[in-house]
Design a protein around this ligand. Sequence first.
Ligand code: TXA
Ligand code: MG
Length: 312
Amino acid sequence: MIRDGKLVALPTETVYGLGADAKNPAAVAGIFESKRRPHFDPLIVHVENVDHARQQVSDFPEIAQRLVSAFWPGPLTLVLPKNDEIPDLVTAGLSTVGVRVPNHALIQEVIRLSGKAIAAPSANPFGHVSPTTADHVFSGLKGRIDAILDGGPCGVGLESTIISCVAEPVVLRVGGLPIEDVERVIGPVRRARADESKEDAAQPAPGMLSRHYAPARRLILAEPGELVSVDSSRAGLLTYGDHASTGSFCQIRNLGPEDDLRTCASGFFAAMRDLDATDLDVIIAHRFPPRGLGIALNDRLERAASGRVSPD
Ligand code: TXA
Ligand code: MG
């Protein structure tokens, strides 16, 4: 199906992607159409291995080599100068392309058997919560895509960490690979400011649209232990560790122990969907400790809190 230019949702270790042949502009256009994704938002290209990644780019600096030796296959996307074979639609006209080797046997096999580099954004309608199961994909995109390959729930549960290696390394999106791990390999890295422009376009920095990962319900961020008064008896709580007992809530989702943020991350988007599917007026969400995966979890919570999209 990938060879035929079809749209196939594929499991990765981070979230499900909506895949198509990256070198087929009509197929890539279909991705934007089915997600209702604006054309200024570039796609990540998924490849089989480092050699395959090199075939998509015009430069692979030494620092990129060190990163991929340490973290591929895995939840790390590198932004590098693209070569001429990548259609402009994939990169939203940028001179760079995001590439990653995903760590999931099924998408790896699809890449290998099709012989294609696969462009794939998260398999959800634009701006909505990313899918971590085949059911999530189905509920968001049914009737709009050709197939879903069910690989069970995603293990990491947060989108990849994106690092630009075009000049000095810059973190464009915090994600499933903790920054501390990155810094252990290449030393201190800068995080792009929210208002920072892309290197060659007057657009918001990628992955940084503030209204993103958004549930339909109102979401309010709170410190664990903080008593939040809400003017509703239909409030839900998204929490972790031992903070669950603060306040009165008609729905509580506890993501896992405070010292196990991996478990918290893997269930995070599913819990957000669960709470969103109930008849709550408001969701209170506890901030995570600002280290490791907690940084990416807080980032997703802040985006979810900053805007609402209406349910489909
Ligand atoms: O874990 C992931 O990264 C998942 C799985 C499916 O691989 N994909 C994903 O894709 O989260 P998406 O499209 O939801 O987010 C990709 C982000 C976008 O915000 C986009 O702006 C950024 O990557 N991006 C892609 N290419 C880029 C480029 N050339 N320069 C800067 N940012 C880029
Ligand atoms: Mg996305």
